[in-house]
Design a binder for this molecule. Structure first.
Ligand SMILES: [Fe+2]
Length: 462
């Protein structure tokens, strides 16, 4: 048959396939966030093709808690092809399995009472009681692929491993995708991480890559439900758990702009107020553990060292100084226990870091014009008491291309923890950091992916 006679047939087949796809458009991008703790404010977010959707859920597959809440979507990525939906659960029972499913609802067909079928059953494990002083959380970051958005096999391997872990919640230190403004990259990220993201609660910090193509972090904020801080931004925030407080900070400011400088100062003031609230003299809100998470590390082993110190590139860029004059000063003063970062693509543990009074002749640590700190004259232990130092963990191994030995510019620096043979403690592996808190003891076990081999372990006891 001549081709011209085939065209109408091909057209009809394509049209039918297209309509079929619309009629059975799948709910996708399922993930969890929270405005507050894992039990109060837990919110599920998903993407659909129609403007309305229903969700049902319960502690059994009879979905006895909610039979079909109708949710109106909001437009995603500035176009009208996809909609995002949020559903915030009422206060949840601890340590239970939730069953949930969705039904897409096409308002266009409202007069015909048309709806699609309910999706398959999904499950989510609620956390332990948030007042408990025994809990587990897992930290990690940097899943973005190589130069092509299709390459997220690493993240898929990591997400499948994380799916099989059992933590009360997860902290994710940014650089999820290469370009935060690229819808296709987000699609790939959700697709590769589907089994993890649809079952676990993650608190995110934005990485620098989330700002690429999206400098105001519109897509990031639009997708993720996170606690707010009183300034109505989710870019830095805190939440409490039992005897701990978690403080997530933002490292994406542009100090060359007036707004960037103002935002930095606003965040710094907020941070100070938080530390006073939880660790200030005589506070009623005292927390045994203060854990801070943000994307760019203050101390690291590769070329990123100095980015937060303010000296690097001072000739071409305005100086800003998180390390010396802003954050670490506060972290030391108020005894922050753990600092969690990504950005450098490996696992690295810091030595106990205390800059005050540990420098030459007992003075404070100073920094050279490359942003490198001088060597302390006295060693300190991990802890939050006066004279003790911070545990800073760089955990950038969620699937991104890992660093190679030749990229580790700052090997041997004092601020990198040493093993018994005096070797730097770092690993060029995909991994996650599992923290177990039990009263006044915090244990960190770092596990390699995919074989779960323990590659580092440290315990802090107050
Ligand atoms: Fe980064």
């Amino acid at each position: 048959m001549p081709l011209k006679n085939k065209i109408p047939g091909i057209f009809i087949v394509l049209l039918v396939l297209s309509l079929w796809g619309e009629a059975f458009a799948a709910v996708d991008h399922i993930h969890f966030g929270s405005k507050n703790t894992p039990l109060e404010g837990l919110t599920i977010t998903w993407q659909g093709n129609y403007s309305h959707c229903r969700i049902r859920w319960g502690y059994t597959t009879s979905y006895e808690q909610e039979k079909g809440a109708k949710i109106e979507g909001r437009i995603e990525f500035g176009d009208n092809k996809y909609y995002l939906f949020d559903y915030t659960f009422p206060a949840l029972e601890p340590s239970k399995v939730i069953h949930y499913s969705f039904q897409e609802y096409n308002a266009i067909y409202d007069c015909w009472s048309y709806t699609s079928e309910w999706t398959r059953d999904y499950t989510f494990q609620t956390s332990a009681d948030v007042k408990s002083e025994r809990f587990t959380f897992i930290a990690g970051g940097d899943s973005r692929g190589e130069n092509c958005w299709l390459q997220m096999e690493g993240w898929q391997t990591v997400a499948e491993a994380l799916k099989n872990t059992n933590a009360d919640f997860y902290l994710y230190m940014g650089d999820l995708v290469i370009q935060g403004g690229d819808k296709q990259m987000w699609n790939t990220w959700y697709e590769a991480g589907r089994n993890f993201l649809s079952q676990k609660l993650v608190y995110f910090s934005a990485g620098n890559h989330e700002t690429y193509g999206d400098p105001e972090l519109y897509n990031y904020i639009n997708q993720f439900v996170l606690p707010e801080n009183g300034n109505f931004t989710e870019l830095y925030y805190s939440f409490e758990w039992g005897n701990a407080v978690f403080i997530n900070l933002d490292t994406n400011y542009d100090p060359s702009k007036e707004k960037g400088q103002a935002d930095i100062q606003e965040q710094n003031q907020w941070l100070k107020n938080q530390l006073i609230k939880y660790r200030g003299l005589g506070t009623k809100n005292y927390k045994e553990w203060v854990i801070v998470a943000f994307h760019k590390p203050l101390f690291t082993i590769d070329k990123h060292m100095g980015e937060m110190t303010g000296e690097k590139d001072c000739n071409t860029k305005p100086c800003y100084d998180f390390t010396r004059t802003w954050w670490i000063d506060l972290f030391d003063k108020y005894g922050v226990d753990v600092i969690l970062n990504g950005h450098t693509h490996l696992y690295m543990r810091s030595a106990p870091i205390l800059l005050k009074g540990t420098g030459p002749s007992g003075k404070d640590i100073t920094f050279n014009d490359k942003g490198l700190p001088s060597t302390p004259v006295k060693k300190v232990k991990y802890g939050n008491k006066k004279g003790q130092g911070r545990l800073q963990v760089v955990t950038g191994g969620y699937g991104v291309h890992l660093l190679t030995e030749d990229k580790l510019k700052y090997k041997g620096q004092w601020y990198i923890a040493k093993d018994e043979q005096g070797n730097d403690i770092y690993r060029l592996d995909f991994h996650y950091c599992e923290f177990r808190v039990a009263g006044n003891v915090l244990d960190m076990t770092v596990k390699r992916i995919p074989d779960n081999k323990i590659i580092d372990q440290v315990t802090i006891k107050h």
